[in-house]
Design a protein. Structure first.
Length: 459
C-alpha cells in the first residue's frame, strides 16, 4: 500500500468519519457529473427554445437505461474489489481490475451500436410529440456515440472508490465539467449548433475524463494499477461481479424503462408540461446526489468490513449512512421547496414551464426522504452481496405498483398532479418493503451465525 492519501481502509476507526470523508468528494463528483446534462438543458432552454429543452428532457430516461444498467456492473466490480481489498487478497484484486476494464470496453461498443438502432423506437414508445422528436433523436444519437467514454470513466472511478480514493477522479471531473460548460456555450451560442452542439460538447468532455482516469490507473504504482498486457476477462471473477451487479443493473434499467412510461403520461400534457417535468427531474436529481453518494459509501464500507469479517461494524455503518442521508435530504428539500419557481427559472423564462416545474417540486420533494432510505439500504445490502433483495423490492414498487397506480389514477383523474405523484407512490411502498426484508435478514443471521466471534468470510 503506497500511500494513505490514495486508499481508505474502512475496517477500523470512526464509522461516521469514514462515511462523511468518503461521501463528500463523491458528492462533489456526482454534482459535476450531473452538470454535464444539466448545463445542456440550461443552455439549450435559454438559447434555443422550450421545444429543444423538452427534447433533452425526454431523452433523460433513455440515457438512464444505459447508465443504470452499466452501474450494476460497476457496483458488482466495486464490491468484489472492496472485498479483496478488505481481505488483503491483492492478486485477486489486480485480476478484478483488468476484468472490469476489459468488459467495460465491450459494453461501450455494444451500447453505441444499440443506441443508434433503438433510439427512434424508444422515442415512439414514449409518445414523443412531433415538434420534439427530431431534436430528441439527434441529441440521443450523438450522445450514444460517446458511450464508451462515459462508461470507462464511471468504471475507472468506481475502481478508485472501491479502495477509498474519491479525490482524484473528482479533480478530473471538475475539469471536464467546466470544459463541457465552455464547449456548450461555444457550440450553441457562437456556432449556432443548437441541440447537436450541446450533445457534442458532452461527449467530447466525457472522452477526456475517460482518458484521464485510464492514465491514472495505468501510471499509478498502487495496488489497483491497470496493466494493459494483463487485460483479459477472468471468468470466475466476472461471474462474481455479475452475481452481485446484474440484479442491481437490471433493477435500475427496468426501473428506468418504467420511468419512460411516466414520461409518456407527462408527454400527453404538451411541451410546456414536458419541459417543466424535465426541469423538476434535473433538480430532483441534484437532491438525489447526496443520497447516491451515501449509498455508494455504504456499499464500500459494508463490503470492506464484510471482507474483513466485521459484520457488526458493517451493520452499524448501514444505520449511520441512513441517518446521514435523511438529515441531508430534509435540509436540501426544504431549500428547494422554498425556492421552487426561482430554481425552475434557471432552465427557462417561459411562465408555463416555471409553473409546472414548481408544482412538481413542491408536490414530490419531501417524499425523497423515503427514497433516501431505499437507496442507502440497497447500497448496504449490495455491499453484503445481497443484490436480489433491493432488486425485487424496487422492481415491484417502482415498476409494478407505480404502473398500476398510473393506469388507475390517470383514468380517475388525468391531471399533472395525479401523474406526478407516481414517483412518491413507488418510493413509499419500496421503503416499507425493504425495511421489513432487511430486518428479517438480520434476524436470520443472528439466529444462525455461531457465537464465537467474527472471522474472515470468503469472497
Amino acid at each position: 500500500m503506497k500511500s494513505k492519501s490514495t486508499v481508505r481502509d474502512m475496517t477500523d476507526g470512526s464509522i461516521s468519519r469514514h462515511l462523511i470523508a468518503f461521501s463528500i468528494p463523491l458528492l462533489a463528483g456526482n454534482v459535476f457529473q450531473m452538470l454535464y446534462n444539466t448545463v445542456d438543458s440550461i443552455v439549450v432552454g435559454n438559447f434555443v427554445g422550450k421545444e429543444a429543452l423538452a427534447a433533452i428532457s425526454s431523452t433523460t430516461m433513455i440515457v438512464n437505461i444505459m447508465i443504470f444498467f452499466f452501474s450494476g456492473f460497476s457496483i458488482g466490480g466495486g464490491v468484489v474489489i472492496s472485498r479483496y481489498f478488505g481481505a488483503k487478497q491483492m492478486d485477486d484484486l489486480h485480476k478484478t481490475v483488468e476484468t472490469t476494464i476489459a468488459v467495460t470496453i465491450l459494453f461501450g461498443i455494444f451500447f453505441t451500436f444499440a443506441g443508434f438502432i433503438l433510439v427512434p423506437v424508444m422515442l415512439r414508445l414514449m409518445l414523443t410529440p412531433d415538434d420534439v422528436f427530431p431534436q430528441a433523436e439527434l441529441y440521443l444519437k450523438i450522445y450514444f456515440s460517446g458511450a464508451l467514454g462515459l462508461l470507462i470513466y464511471n468504471m475507472g472511478s468506481g475502481i478508485l472508490r472501491a479502495v477509498g480514493d474519491t479525490r482524484r477522479p473528482l479533480y478530473f471531473l471538475i475539469f471536464t465539467s467546466l470544459l463541457n460548460t465552455v464547449l456548450d456555450l461555444v457550440f450553441v451560442i457562437v456556432f449556432k449548433a443548437g441541440i447537436a452542439g450541446a450533445a457534442l460538447a458532452t461527449i467530447l468532455s466525457q472522452f477526456l475524463s475517460a482518458f484521464l482516469v485510464l492514465w491514472l490507473l495505468t501510471k499509478t504504482e498502487d495496488i489497483y494499477k491497470l496493466t494493459w498486457h494483463d487485460l483479459r476477462v477472468d471468468l470466475p471473477i466476472l461471474k462474481m461481479i455479475f452475481e452481485i451487479g446484474l440484479p442491481a443493473g437490471l433493477q435500475a434499467m427496468i426501473t428506468s424503462v418504467s420511468n419512460t412510461f411516466v414520461q409518456a403520461y407527462i408527454n400527453g400534457f404538451g411541451s410546456g408540461c414536458m419541459a417543466g417535468w424535465g426541469a423538476y427531474n434535473k433538480l430532483d436529481s441534484f437532491i438525489f446526489l447526496p443520497i447516491n453518494s451515501l449509498s455508494q459509501a455504504a456499499t464500500t464500507f459494508v463490503s470492506q468490513n464484510i471482507g474483513a469479517g466485521k459484520k457488526d461494524r458493517a451493520n452499524e455503518g448501514a444505520v449511520r449512512a441512513i441517518q446521514l442521508s435523511l438529515i441531508v435530504t430534509a435540509a436540501i428539500a426544504t431549500i428547494l421547496v422554498v425556492t421552487a419557481p426561482a430554481a425552475t427559472s434557471l432552465f427557462t423564462k417561459d411562465a408555463e414551464v416555471i409553473r409546472y416545474g414548481a408544482l412538481f417540486i413542491r408536490m414530490n420533494t419531501y417524499f425523497l426522504m423515503f427514497n433516501a432510505v431505499n437507496h442507502v439500504l440497497a447500497g448496504a445490502l449490495r455491499g453484503r452481496g445481497q443484490s436480489k433483495i433491493p432488486m425485487y423490492c424496487m422492481l415491484a414498487c417502482f415498476v409494478i405498483i407505480r404502473q398500476i397506480y398510473l393506469f388507475i389514477g390517470s383514468r380517475v383523474a388525468y391531471t399533472p398532479y395525479v401523474v406526478g405523484f407516481g414517483y412518491p407512490v413507488g418510493w413509499m411502498t419500496c421503503c416499507a418493503a425493504e425495511l421489513i426484508l432487511y430486518a428479517r435478514l438480520l434476524r436470520k443471521e443472528t439466529r444462525y451465525v455461531a457465537p464465537q466471534g467474527n472471522k474472515k468470510t470468503s469472497i
